[in-house]
Write a protein of this length. Structure first.
Length: 655
């Protein structure tokens, strides 16, 4: 291997940062060129890019595509950026890319560029290195010469294939020439020789448009032979009497080749545009699916479906479990790759070569810092697939990696929110319990101490008041603990409502009776309907109603009014409890259903604030809602769903 450099201007290079551009062809030394560039970059820490160029006249063989794709993959593993571009010729493409990336160095292999037009330019422009040196005087051009390979394929194998013409194309070309000959023979008496030339020219242009430059050359040769034999004197001789026929041959050949070249270029651009459009559409569809993905299963399903639709390949996404062992995603139809040692090594080490003879393709999906998954394709269609297809597959994998990482961050964020909320609830619970237990305990301790130390000095009435205070505060503590335990049971999901049809008069009457003497100083009004029945868990709804009435008792004056109203409709029913007391604190209508909520200015001796939280929990368990607002006092409205109609009692069913 030898390396040569073209002379450059060091003054211009000193003003900008070094950057290397490597042109990779489909020749046998492509891998060696990339490895040489990678070793040089590793010693200099210079950023670099490897590119491949598609030209209209170059149609790489399957083996050439395989070498080119392997070389670009090697460049990616060595830290290079890679790209595949379409251009009229290699020289223009490399010059344009150097200017776009502001590269200061170009490295190429010592072989002629692809494309018959580039081969022709080599004679008057010099080789590619000379052309780059002339077009880019401030760039260092390095030519790395490699010895010929064992099979002698030092340059691209596609040159011979490029001029090979299949038999159907040969037959169609000769048929077009024959048709032009028949048409010329029919019109010979009406046209001169120059006009007949145009008939053959039209035929060669048609062949060039449909079949390419090789068929166009064959059509020109066939047209010239038939024209000279039949229409140029002396007839039936291939030696024309006039030199004009040679000029005609040259014009037809040039026109046909130019048309073929333009058509090849247009087809290449159309193919590139179509491929980019398909890639963009596929990426957009995958991105739309991934945006709506709610779990790793959805991401795996979207990714494998995109790979199957775009490439026709069966893919499986392997995700790590808690121990870091890769397992097939839940959407996989088979578990053949559930244990893939090669994929596991790739996931653990980051870069592991596949086993010999293994045709599977494995892609590592990386996050910001850690690997996330491995995509395995066991049916990658063609080892000579275009580099654009591999780049599109890499884009699919990157999109899926972003979605997986988003899911990971969302889970971490959700855990952090839950932990913060749990900590807040613990602090609130401790604060509420300590506050609500401290007051009655202080009263109990004070009363008990007075009874013990001043028993002889206290009269019977004083001792009775102290004992009543101890009992009241103990009952208050018992009620607080009961509320707390009941709320915990409701929120943990251990309580499931058992709904049935309940008469409203019995539902409300039992609660009012439970208050006993406490309601004697209030006016209680009910609007129930004598035969109204509602769908609910009577025990839970009665507890809710008890808490609402208890709340109204504590916030209304003596002689105040408490109203209870039940309205039943076809699909729902509502319970309204209102009073004419001081009402709700403005702006806190929704906050009063939170645990341990205390309104601003509420006295320390009030209840724990769990009663209304229990009401909200009961409403949620029934699939309904509870609301509060001010309407001449506080008004609470419970709305619960129910079936369309209650069952008809058996004794009322007509015979």
């Amino acid at each position: 291997m030898t390396t040569t450099e073209a002379p450059t201007s060091g003054v211009a290079r000193a003003a900008r940062e070094d950057r290397l551009l490597v042109w990779v062809g489909d020749n046998a030394s492509a891998d060696a060129l990339v490895r040489h560039a990678g070793q040089w970059v590793a010693n200099t820490a210079v950023p670099w890019t490897a590119i491949a160029v598609q030209t209209p006249g170059a149609t790489p063989s399957i083996e050439g595509r395989r070498r080119l794709l392997r070389a670009l993959e090697l460049a990616e593993r060595l830290g290079a950026g890679t790209d595949s571009v379409a251009a009229d010729n290699v020289l223009d493409a490399v010059v344009q890319r150097v200017r776009e990336e502001r590269a200061t160095m170009v490295m190429i292999g010592g072989h002629p560029p692809d494309g018959w037009l580039d081969e022709g330019r080599r004679h008057w422009l010099g080789d590619l290195a000379d052309g780059l040196s002339k077009r880019l005087p401030d760039v260092t051009v390095t030519v790395v010469q490699f010895p010929a390979s064992a099979d002698g394929t030092h340059i691209s194998l596609s040159t011979v294939d490029r001029w090979r013409l299949p038999w159907p194309a040969v037959i169609l070309t000769l048929a077009v020439v024959g048709l032009c000959t028949v048409l010329s023979a029919v019109l010979e008496q009406y046209l001169d020789a120059g006009t007949i030339d145009m008939i053959y020219l039209a035929g060669t242009v048609f062949v060039a448009l449909r079949l390419g430059q090789t068929a166009a050359v064959l059509a020109v040769i066939g047209s010239l032979a038939m024209f000279d034999l039949l229409f140029v004197p002396p007839r039936w001789s291939l030696i024309p009497a006039e030199t004009q026929s040679f000029f005609t041959f040259g014009v037809m050949l040039v026109v046909s080749l130019v048309v073929a070249r333009l058509v090849e270029h247009a087809r290449l651009q159309a193919r590139v545009a179509a491929a980019r459009a398909r890639s963009t559409q596929a990426l957009n569809e995958l991105a739309r699916e991934l945006v709506g993905a709610k779990s790793e299963r959805d991401i795996a399903a979207a990714l494998t479906a995109a790979v199957r639709t775009t490439f026709g390949a069966h893919a499986v996404l392997l995700l790590p479990d808690a121990d870091g062992r890769l397992q097939a995603a839940p959407e996989a139809d088979d578990a053949v790759v559930a244990a893939d040692p090669a994929a596991q090594r790739l996931f653990d080490d980051g870069d592991a070569p596949p086993p010999p003879g293994d045709g599977a393709l494995r892609l590592l999906l990386r996050g910001v810092s850690d690997p996330l998954a491995v995509l395995v394709l066991h049916e990658w269609p063609d080892p000579g697939t275009e580099p654009e297809d591999r780049r599109l597959l890499d884009a699919f994998a990157n999109q899926a990696a972003l979605a997986l990482e988003r899911q990971l961050f969302e889970r971490r964020s959700a855990r952090a929110v839950v932990e913060a909320e749990s900590e807040r609830l613990r602090n609130t619970l401790l604060s509420g319990i300590s506050h609500d237990l401290r007051t009655p305990l202080t009263t109990i301790i004070g009363s008990a101490t007075s009874l013990r130390e001043q028993h002889a000095a206290l009269d019977d009435a004083r001792r009775a008041r102290l004992l009543d205070g101890i009992v009241d505060e103990a009952q208050r503590m018992h009620a607080s603990m009961s509320d707390l335990l009941e709320l915990t049971r409701l929120e943990e999901g251990t309580v499931h409502p058992v709904c049935e049809w309940c008469p409203t008069d019995e539902l409300v009457g039992e609660v009012i009776e439970a208050f006993g003497e406490r309601l004697r100083e209030r006016q209680v009004r009910t609007q129930l309907g004598p035969e109204t029945i509602v769908w609910c868990d009577s025990r839970l709804v009665q507890q809710l109603l008890f808490n609402l009435i208890d709340n109204a008792l504590r916030h209304t004056r003596r002689g105040g009014t408490i109203e209870i109203r039940i309205e039943a409709q076809a699909q729902q029913w509502s319970l309204v409890v209102s009073d004419d007391g001081s009402g709700l604190p403005p702006g806190h209508e929704a906050d009063i259903f939170k645990k341990f909520f205390r309104a601003p200015g509420e006295p320390a001796g009030s209840r724990t604030g769990l009663g209304l939280a229990i009401c909200a929990a009961v409403a949620r368990l029934h699939g309904g809602r509870i609301e509060a607002h001010n309407a001449g006092g506080a008004r609470f409205t419970l709305t619960l769903p129910q079936p369309a109609a209650p069952p008809v009692p058996a004794d009322e069913v007509p015979a």
